[in-house]
Design a binder for this molecule. Sequence first.
Ligand code: M6R
Length: 608
Amino acid sequence: MCGIVAAVAQRNVQEILLEGLRRLEYRGYDSSGMTVLNSGALTRHRALGKVASLAAQLATSALPGTCGIAHTRWATHGKPSEANAHPHHSSNQVAVVHNGIIENYERIKDTLQASGYSFTSETDTEVIAHLLAEKLATGLNLFEATQQIVNGLGGAYALGVMSAAEPSVVVGARQGSPLVVGVGIDEAFLASDPLALLQVTDRFIYLEEGDLVELREHGDIRIVDRQGNAVERPIQTFEHGDGAASKGNYRHYMLKEIFEQPDVISAALEGRLSDSSVLVESFGPDAQALFQSTRQVHIIACGTSYHAGLVARYWLERYAGVPVQVEVASEYRYRHPVVPEGTLFVTLSQSGETADTLAALRFAKTLSYIGSLAICNVPGSSLVRESDMSLMTRAGPEIGVASTKAFTTQLVALMLLTLSVSKAKGQPEQQDIVTALGALPALCQQVLVLDSQIETLSQAFAEKHHALFLGRGAHYPIALEGALKLKEISYIHAEAYPAGELKHGPLALVDSEMPVISVAPNDDLLEKLKSNLQEVRARGGQLFVFADERVGISEQDDVRVLTLPHVHEALAPLLYTLPLQLLSYHVAVLKGTDVDQPRNLAKSVTVE
Ligand code: M6R
């Protein structure tokens, strides 16, 4: 998705902005650009493709100045091109960077064109530059002009704007897309993601919906709310160290993040379990009462987070006895859901800024839920701020577009939720699961040791065009997640099915060209799964089975087996995720794709 970074400083800001853009690359983008105010003139470079292309332009023609805005664009209106890249200017008097979508831009554009403004891009954003120019021409300053025009903008936006007439001023606005202010020493910054600014500050103000902010020289920051009232927003110190934003010794962020899982799973558990029991208060002071009265749970999320929700359905129903519905946010938000009495609304999101999930939460708040809980990786994100309760997954920044450690820590959080709901309802403690959770990081470490074996296995996939993933019970969502990972980063078409569903259609696809990947934990569905695997073999399919050391599935000509350590049945979905992540990773590396920033995808999907 698009990214914004802006600075008003005492020093040259070009390198600060450029580094900010590099740090935003992980979000996914197709072009970038920068405008800096130099001796009263707005000077701009824009480039199609990677930030490195913009950097090359800057190396031959620098943009010196102490005040500037920069952007990475992920195309929504208008193809990826230099002309469509931000910043957009109006007569070189105003510069604008924008995340989000202006839904009523066509009508505004018609009016502006009728007034004589000409457009140089196909974007929705350019209307903002001309609207501002129109207001500035009436004698308003940049802040006042922004305040007036945002009322007429429909849709979602985070904005950073500057004017040639006001050196050392950047104005920002937020409605529906995240925007943070970075608080420096005698300097101030703006970004759509705090990670973009960690090289200059770790102190941030998270703007609220409707806020407008003005950054001036000497670090002056003024914020007004939607009604125009001056407001103070708290300064928060960013929790994750800057080291998280580097690859360390790993070839890709994704690999680093896969290997971080033992540590982040430990972090996700820390302080949330006693020797034999879950600490319900981890979810907040009201959690005990809320969970006690919870009769149903609705879980809403997108993508990988949705898959975590599907696993939680099996857990909450089996171990807490509570019926659960799980749905993707983009469908839920446009339905007319029936909310039975005593229903808890749960959202799952790595970023906490996914537009569909946020919209679903806002919609849910108009319905009769008993409360909302966000399970999220980003403290201070919109989802966390707008939910009644939250539990942080503590995965640390996840840079690879393909979600890995965010997923497994979500599963940990969801198991803590399952145990907490069960405990709050006075059901017998699940001590064996609590003990098994404590042992989980070490088991994950044992699985990661299998990396080189999985790398060898991956060679069988490099030339394939399709793959089928199978699982049963709580491992069906793990198969879905395995297929999503393979699709996302290796561009191999992959499907996932509950293994028992194979004979109802997908079996027709199975031949020697179709690799079939299955997870085979030691659970009560094992014998059923074994029969399904025989169905594949009988059709000449090539099987790849990730199997518990105790299940007795042996390697044969047409069956490759990777043996995993035994794990408590309840936690097997967590452990079996890791080899599937590694498999996708190695296949993608063999295929030479852009592993951390796969084509067409964005890390945080902040538009609908
Ligand atoms: O930040 P979120 O968890 O809300 O993001 C949801 C999806 O966009 C995300 O999980 C996406 O599917 C990932 N690319 C999966 O690897």
